[in-house]
Each structure stands twice: as structure tokens, then as C-alpha cells.
Design a protein around this ligand. Structure first.
Ligand code: MG
Length: 448
């Protein structure tokens, strides 16, 4: 069985963990520099405020207290995502992050009842330990797990956990209702062509002859049909990328603990991701990096660090993404661990054409032709013909984030404060600051 664990309204839910007063209220999370809405709570969706609405248009609603707008707190979201992955690794044989808030779990050898129980346990545990609401979809294939997750989210009687077997009447009923365009990996264009052949629902696609599908459409569509029937044949990496993120990850030929090796791998993935980004004419708002050690080597210390780096403004510039990679690696690298896999995820994508560059932001797009030229040469002469060398320009970014919540889980200065006398808190802060200075001085002295 394959499970898909997906956090409901991830960014908003992270905010609510540390500010329960936001529960049940319409919340919007804004992009970097507080430009537009990139995540909405269910209540805000119900008000029909669309994704991408510029923040200034909502200023009136915000001032009247009808909605809450928060600056994005990527450090918090990245850390909560890492905690979710860790919790799942502690409870499941194998875990693969698919996006910042979606993780696949692989449950080989579990029977259906055990999977169902584990799903319920995980859901409760994630709520209790992390404060996050999730839905769990369980099924024999990735494609059906995605569908099961969707059902768990939309149909309240599942109570957040839905298990679908290949041949149950429930699966058949769901597939009969599902338009083929909503099946994972079926794009709008293919859906239109399928409609011409009289295939409108997922159920009708499942009934098609895979050989015919491969001949007339593509091997991916043939496999999708098989997956709908319960035969696993799609690797996670072959699945269609959600429009909101691009991931490039790969296992190393040989485990390495060298920072230079890891940097090289991450840089390669970042350059590939940036190419895909430009191909689909998107810009990214944040870069998520991760490394993994070999979990099968019980004799070696295990670590799966990740780092989330928000960009000052949305970008498709490889140089800016590489700078984020450099910064992220600094944050997550620990010597002494043998890593076997590295990945780069570009998150919260925005349509490059719709994104209007303001005067302030135009400086980051100074060389659109440079990126085009590099892509063209690499296409003609082979992947990686032109690559970027080391860049170590330290760009001290100053993001505008007037409404950002504290970085509760990653910053000593921004921890949650229990109700103590304000004077005591101030005194504790002064003491903490003094200790920090003393540590810094000690560090400097020990190196002089
Ligand atoms: Mg989600």
C-alpha cells in the first residue's frame, strides 16, 4: 500500500498552531514583500477571494477586521515540513516528500486493516505532536492514493483517512464521478482528446486498453490507466508536477559527507529545476533543499536536514536560485553524516507573464536574454554545457514582512512566551542576549 499524507491549508495551519485565535477565521498568507495572497484558509476561500489577489485590494477588509493577512514565514513552514517528515520517518518504513506539505509513505507488507489503523494513528499523532490537520489517502498505487487523499479531504464521513482498494465498489463509484481531467497526470489537452474518443471519466480511462492508449497517446497515459486499475507502474518522479512546485532530486552513486560534493549535486539539481521553471514560464518564490542519509545503514548516524530559503522577489534566474542553494547548504550541512540523496524544490510558483515587475524588482531580471541563451545552448549542445561557477556574493536581503508571525521553532529570540510578567520576559531577553554575545566572543577568541 502507498499512502499520501497531505496537510490541509498548510501555511495557514502552521500559523494557527502558534496562534489558535486564528482558528475559524478567514486567513490569507501573503507572498514575499507582502505583494499578494498565496495561501488561503477555507473561510477565506468561502469569501471567494481568489489566489493571487494583490494585498492592497484587501486592505479595507483587513482594517475592518473581516480578514487577517499574514506575511509569509517560510522559515516556520520549512521547519514544520521537516518535522512532519521526521515524524513520518519515525513511524513508517519509507517516506518520500512530494511537496512541502505532501509526503508519500510506503507500507509494504501491511494488510488493509493495518494500513487503515496506521493512517488513523498518524493523523492523530500529527495533530497532537505538531498541531497540524492532515488527510491520509491509502491505495495500491500513487494515482489512487492521490484520489483517496482527495476523497478524505472532501467527504467528511471518512474522518480524514480514506483507504481505496482496486476493486471495491467505493473505488468504482469515485472513479465514475471523477472527470478524466482531474486524474493525476492528465492535462487539459489530453482530456480534450480523450473526450473526442468518448472517454470522460476516470472509470472510462481505466477500462481502456493500455496498448491502445500507448499507441494513440503516450506511455504515461497508458500507465495512468493501469494505476487507476490498481497496478503500480508510475514512479513518484514520473508523476506530473503540481503546477505549484518543481522538484529535482536524485540518489548519489556513492554516499558522501563532503560539503563540496553536496554543493555540486544541489547546484546541478537547482540548474535543472530552473530550466524546467523557465520552460513552463513560471517564477519561484522560495527554494526548499533537502539531504538524506541511507536509512538502511542502521550502523551509521542518520540525518535528513532541509532548508527553506525565500527569495526577495519571484525569480527564474539561475544565479539567484544558486545563491539560495549556497545559503541553504550552509544552514543544513553537518559534517560526519554520509548523505545519499539531495533534492531541490522550487515552491509557490507564479506565472511569469502575469507577474508584473515593479520598478523595484526589475533589477533582479536584468538579463532575461542571458538565461534564454544559456537554455538554448544547453538544449542544442547537451545538458550542462554551460553551467554556473561559484558565486559567493553575499546579498543581505531585507524582506518586507510587516505581518510575519514569529519563527517559533527555529529562532531562540522568537520562541513562544508563556504568560509571565512583561518585566521578567524583558529581563530574560537581556540575559539571553548577554549569553549570546559571550558565546560569540568566545567563538571569535578561540579562532584568533
Ligand atoms: Mg495540502
Amino acid at each position: 500500500m502507498i499512502g499520501l499524507v497531505d496537510v490541509n491549508n498548510f501555511y495557514v495551519s502552521c500559523e494557527r498552531v502558534f496562534n489558535p485565535a486564528l482558528e475559524g477565521k478567514p486567513i490569507g498568507v501573503m507572498s514575499n514583500n507582502d505583494g499578494c495572497v498565496i495561501a488561503r484558509s477555507a473561510e477565506m476561500k468561502a469569501m471567494e477571494i481568489p489566489m493571487g489577489t494583490p494585498s492592497f485590494q484587501l486592505e479595507g477588509l483587513r482594517r475592518r477586521g473581516e480578514i487577517h493577512l499574514l506575511s509569509s514565514n517560510y522559515e516556520l513552514y520549512g521547519d514544520m515540513s521537516a518535522r512532519l517528515a521526521q515524524l513520518l520517518r519515525d513511524s513508517c518504513p519509507e517516506v518520500a516528500p512530494y511537496s512541502i506539505d505532501e509526503m508519500f509513505i510506503y507500507l509494504d507488507g501491511f494488510n488493509d486493516a493495518q494500513c487503515q489503523t496506521l493512517g488513523e494513528v498518524l493523523r492523530r499523532r500529527i495533530r497532537r505532536y505538531l498541531g497540524l490537520p492532515v488527510c491520509v489517502g491509502l491505495a495500491p498505487t500513487h494515482t489512487l492514493a492521490k484520489l483517496a487523499n482527495h476523497a478524505a479531504k472532501k467527504q467528511s464521513h471518512y474522518q480524514g483517512v480514506c483507504l481505496l482498494t482496486a476493486n471495491s465498489p467505493t473505488t468504482a463509484a469515485l472513479l465514475k464521478q471523477l472527470p478524466v481531467s482531474d486524474v493525476w497526470g492528465v492535462g487539459r489537452r489530453i482530456a480534450e482528446r480523450l473526450a473526442v474518443s468518448g472517454i470522460h471519466t476516470a472509470w472510462e480511462l481505466r477500462a481502456c486498453d493500455p496498448k491502445q492508449l500507448r499507441k494513440r497517446f503516450s506511455v504515461v497515459l497508458a500507465r495512468t490507466a493501469l494505476e487507476l486499475g490498481g497496478t503500480p507502474c508510475l514512479e513518484m518522479n514520473a508523476l506530473e508536477q503540481p503546477r505549484q512546485r518543481i522538484m529535482t532530486s536524485r540518489s548519489f552513486g556513492k554516499a558522501t559527507s563532503l560539503k563540496a560534493d553536496l554543493h555540486a549535486a544541489l547546484r546541478r539539481h537547482a540548474q535543472r529545476s530552473a530550466e524546467k521553471l523557465r520552460q513552463q514560464k513560471s517564477l519561484t518564490r522560495a527554494v526548499l533543499l533537502f539531504l538524506t542519509t541511507n536509512r538502511h545503514r542502521k550502523d551509521q548516524p542518520q540525518l535528513s536536514p532541509s532548508a527553506m530559503i525565500p527569495l526577495t522577489s519571484p525569480s527564474d534566474d539561475t544565479r539567484i536560485i544558486l545563491e539560495a542553494v549556497r545559503e541553504g547548504l550552509e544552514q543544513m550541512y553537518r559534517p560526519g553524516f554520509k548523505f545519499v540523496k539531495a533534492g531541490v524544490m522550487l515552491l509557490d510558483l507564479v506565472d511569469a507573464q502575469q507577474y508584473q515587475l515593479s520598478l523595484l524588482q526589475s533589477s533582479t531580471k536584468a538579463h532575461p536574454h542571458l538565461m534564454n541563451t544559456i537554455d538554448t545552448i544547453n538544449k542544442r549542445m547537451g545538458q550542462g554545457t554551460i553551467r554556473f561557477g561559484m558565486t559567493d556574493a553575499e546579498a543581505p536581503w531585507q524582506l518586507r514582512c510587516a505581518h510575519r508571525s514569529n519563527r517559533y521553532t527555529t529562532c531562540w529570540d522568537e520562541l513562544m512566551e508563556a504568560g509571565t510578567h512583561p518585566g521578567a520576559i524583558a529581563a530574560a531577553r537581556v540575559k539571553h542576549e548577554q549569553q549570546r554575545l559571550a558565546r560569540a566572543q568566545h567563538w571569535v577568541q578561540s579562532r584568533v
